[in-house]
Design a protein around this ligand. Structure first.
Ligand SMILES: [Zn+2]
Length: 110
């Protein structure tokens, strides 16, 4: 089994079995991206795949997936995960008569 050694922005150096790599053909931009789930933080990681690496993945049996997505999906965010409590908080915020002012005050504090 081929192991890809790469670096997760949160966890540092990690090892990913090649079978867990995904190759994406972005139909919007024409670029190719590889993604994987970090085995430690479980975040989706990846980057643009240069033609040599994309060809290597295909030669190893990774079938490219054609899709349209924004490259921002690969951005790393350091904040806490979005939870059901966040949805409930938003629901109660929007249920109030002063929700526009309440929402504006949330962004002013950040
Ligand atoms: Zn990680």
């Amino acid at each position: 089994m081929i192991i890809i050694r790469t670096e997760c922005p949160k966890c540092g150096e990690i090892a990913i079995p090649i079978s867990e790599m995904h190759l994406h053909d972005n139909t919007g931009s024409g670029a190719r991206y590889y993604t994987y789930h970090c085995p430690h933080c479980e975040g989706v990681r990846g980057d643009e795949a240069d033609p040599k690496f994309a060809g290597f993945l295909v030669a190893q049996g990774i079938i490219p997936e054609c899709e349209r997505f924004a490259p921002e999906i690969l951005e790393v965010h350091d904040g806490p995960d979005f939870t059901y409590d966040d949805i409930l908080d938003l629901h109660f915020l929007l249920d109030g008569a002063e929700w526009v002012q309440d929402l504006a005050s949330c962004t002013e504090a950040a």
